[in-house]
Design a protein. Structure first.
Length: 101
């Protein structure tokens, strides 16, 4: 996957289209990512012996094709490419040609 945990991404499809957030977790087998504060779902929890139940709001997974990496230089959405620098494979933003950590 071209998106990694900790990247800032922009949603390009869905109910939160146009919003940005940080990737909390990647799910490579399902090709999905969980983004902080986006695609919020309500989860109903039963009361247990340890605490009380209620309705929690948690971020739900989003398919990786519906997010784009935010360019670190300009702040716009960009595609991701790979290239070799000093014998290492690194990611770079295609719009600004800048290396991404």
């Amino acid at each position: 996957m071209r998106i990694k945990t900790g990247d800032t991404v922009k949603l390009i499809a869905g109910k939160d289209k146009g919003k940005t957030g940080t990737v909390l977790k990647t799910l490579p087998k399902a090709d999905k990512v969980i983004v902080e504060g986006l695609n919020i779902a309500k989860k109903h929890t039963k009361p247990s012996q340890g605490g009380q139940g209620g309705i929690e709001e948690i971020p739900a997974p989003i398919h990786v094709s519906n997010v784009q990496l935010v360019d670190p230089k300009s702040g716009n959405a960009t595609r991701v490419g790979y290239r070799m620098e000093d014998g290492k494979k690194v990611r770079f933003a295609k719009k600004s040609n800048e290396t991404i950590n």
